[in-house]
Design a protein around this ligand. Structure first.
Ligand SMILES: [Zn+2]
Length: 316
């Protein structure tokens, strides 16, 4: 899927052999498949830094020509929307976006556009996220309660959610212990002026010793939660309570002792708020839930269609 703007044929967060440049909205792996070593990309500096640290790929930048702008998407550090004057009108591609402010991401910006290409992560009306402040409070209260009895281990995505959890715990004066991939990503956050306090479980140092003197909070990559639960419980000889923080906690069970629906995406209702700010004539939905999302938007009176990934937006 792509958009043509002036001399650019831009692939949007993916592979498109006909494109001559890739727009990478942010550094989550489901949006970086089009990156190739040495190939030019359109992305924020923070996204390029995260990609370099995570995948070892130094992506070359592209100068933005007139008619192309990047706007904050609010989703994670460096996440951007792409605005482009295309052959068929002004176009905005949302990428993943979040309306409610996060302490570890730049706040979302809005602009009007004729055509909106919008992410479909939560396409159903049945998913409605609670206020992020309330979810954050619940995470803090749960953690403080369980810390009286043992170690609390959170599973989270290493880029974005892990840093938000660190920030939540820092606010409470807690120094969490994190795994190597989270500490590597958090160092990139520090380079972009989001400074977080944590100790790394993979680096034996004074900070780790101090942080693990009593019961402590750990944050590890989601896929390592069960593996590290056993190791940490065995090593410290204590009960380990597990928890996850992800928007998908609204729709599935994770097998942890607790789960919190802290999302860095919009739900259906926030999506319509976002759409009303953009005020598009036509909407294309992208992603796994695009058919359902387009139908649900059409039911609300929006001019919405699922996007065919093999077509450009001017092809219809
Ligand atoms: Zn994402």
């Amino acid at each position: 899927m792509g958009v043509i703007s002036g001399a650019y044929n831009i692939a949007l967060d993916g592979r498109d052999p006909s494109a001559n440049v890739n727009f990478v909205s942010h550094a989550h792996s489901d949006h970086t498949s089009g990156i190739r070593r040495g190939r030019s990309i359109i992305a924020s500096d923070a996204t390029k830094s995260l990609i370099k640290e995570r995948y070892g790929i130094e992506a070359a930048g592209t100068n933005l020509c007139s008619g192309i702008r990047l706007l904050n998407a609010g989703h994670i550090l460096g996440s951007r929307q792409l605005y482009a004057e295309s052959d068929c009108g002004s176009m905005l591609y949302s990428g993943d976006y979040l309306l409610q402010p996060s302490p570890v991401a730049e706040r979302i910006e809005f602009t009007k556009a004729d055509i909106l290409i919008i992410d479909s992560t939560y396409p159903e009306r049945s998913v409605k996220f609670d206020d992020r402040g309330d979810v954050t409070d619940n995470i803090s209260k749960y953690t403080e309660r369980k810390l009286d009895k043992g170690i609390v281990l959170f599973g989270a995505y290493a880029v974005g959610k892990a840093q938000e959890l660190i920030s939540i715990f820092n606010e409470k004066g807690i120094l969490p212990v994190v795994d190597r991939s989270i500490s590597r990503m958090s160092r990139v956050y520090a380079k972009h002026c989001i400074r977080l306090k944590y100790a790394s479980i993979d680096e034996n140092n004074e900070a780790l010793e101090e942080a693990t003197k009593g019961n402590f909070v750990g944050i590890v990559s989601m896929h390592r939660l069960n593996e590290l639960k056993g190791k940490i419980s065995g090593f410290y000889g204590k009960t380990v309570f597990t928890a996850v923080a992800t928007g998908f906690a609204k729709i599935m069970r994770f097998g942890a002792d607790a789960q919190f629906a802290l999302s860095d995406h919009a739900d259906f209702y926030q999506a319509t708020e976002y759409i009303d700010n953009v005020c598009p004539e036509k909407i294309y939905t992208v992603g796994k839930g695009r058919e359902v999302f387009a139908q649900n938007l059409a039911d609300e009176g929006y001019n919405a269609f699922p996007m065919d990934p093999s077509l450009g937006i001017c092809s219809r």
